[in-house]
Write a protein that binds this ligand. Sequence first.
Ligand SMILES: [Ca+2]
Ligand SMILES: [Ca+2]
Length: 98
Amino acid sequence: MRLLPILAVLAAGLCMAQAPAYQSYYYQECAGTVIDVGYYGAPCIADWDGDGNKDMILGIFTGGNIRFYGNENANDSPVFNSYSTLKADGVTISLPSG
Ligand SMILES: [Ca+2]
Ligand SMILES: [Ca+2]
């Protein structure tokens, strides 16, 4: 009988929860070209260079490289015009896949 009040509370919580608001997707471009790294691209957005706007680090499955795209615009409308491949000790970082 203790289960019934718990279920009632859970049901009330579900009814009161707000529906998530989704935005439509878009293809991010770099220098006017859609960024396409094939399968399993892994973006991570943060202010990586510390200049106050959010940039993108993009892990690429094929070849295992990591790209840095510096944002040249506001956070809500990022503009990327180039990227660099991340290196460690002067050597391009390449992670094994699979
Ligand atoms: Ca930045
Ligand atoms: Ca920037």
